[in-house]
Design a protein around this ligand. Structure first.
Ligand SMILES: Cc1cc2nc3c(=O)[nH]c(=O)nc-3n(C[C@H](O)[C@H](O)[C@H](O)COP(=O)(O)O)c2cc1C
Length: 221
């Protein structure tokens, strides 16, 4: 696949087919992704790949905590006062996500059902937790983990797989640690849901918006 096409066509997948991804393919993706750049080639990332029973336990935990209304205690602090332009884009995405599924704002039940599918990692057969060391205070490692995350998503797309980077998977790190081998000295930044995309699901085909270059590029000549 052309790189430009892969960049343009990769999209967040929010429903997966009930089909496992062979371990050999996940390994191939990670083998290639380790060539991602990082600050001073420090490669400060730690990846934890959940499948099978462990993933099922994670999904159940994340769902139950959500249903119980448990406060989010993610390793990455959630900003409360968002800049207006940023918030507007987020709100717009929320609207599109519901509209495209035919869910009305006032339909609490349907909204809850979608929300529950999200905290269950959209039924993905694989979830990769992207982590960085807690005692590494080099701020660039947050950029580095983003770089390898995007690389994983692009390679997965190239192989006909779908991904969704998910903050919603990393809300309850203490509980995630009980289920997985992720130690306390690693900060859990996000999950990457991975699997075969169900392209019949409308949300997997939405028109996505991006700002025009004039809104964020400044030529300094
Ligand atoms: C750090 C990060 C966290 C995200 N968390 C979620 C999430 O919890 N749930 C979700 O549905 N999408 C999540 N996304 C996906 C974004 O909503 C998505 O990338 C954005 O809307 C652009 O759409 P696209 O990926 O289809 O191009 C996240 C993306 C990033 C980069």
């Amino acid at each position: 696949m052309e790189l430009a096409a892969a960049i343009r066509e990769r999209r967040s997948i929010r429903k997966f087919k009930p089909q496992d991804v062979p371990k050999s393919i996940i390994t191939e993706i990670l083998e290639e992704a380790r060539w991602s750049p990082s600050w001073g080639n420090t490669q400060p990332w730690y990846l934890y790949v959940l499948t099978g029973k462990t993933l099922a336990r994670f999904k159940e935990m994340n769902l139950q905590k959500t249903l119980a209304g448990e406060a989010i205690s993610s390793d990455v602090p959630m900003l409360e006062n968002w800049p207006a332009a940023i918030k507007a884009r987020y709100v717009e995405l929320g609207k599109v996500v519901l509209t495209v599924q035919g869910i009305k704002r006032e339909d609490k039940e349907a909204r809850a059902e979608y929300y529950q599918s999200m905290v269950s990692a959209f039924d993905a057969p694989c979830l990769i937790f992207a982590c960085i060391a807690r005692d590494n205070l080099v701020e660039y490692q947050m950029l580095d983990i983003g770089l390898i995350t995007q690389t994983i998503c692009l390679i997965a797309h190239d192989k006909g797989l779908g991904t969704c980077i998910m903050a919603a998977a990393a809300r309850y790190p203490a509980e995630i640690r009980k289920i997985t081998a992720i130690p306390d000295d690693k900060r859990i930044i996000a999950g990457i849901a991975l699997g075969y995309p169900d392209l019949s699901f409308p949300l997997n085909n939405i028109e996505r918006e991006r700002a025009k270059l004039t809104e964020f590029v400044h030529w300094v000549e």
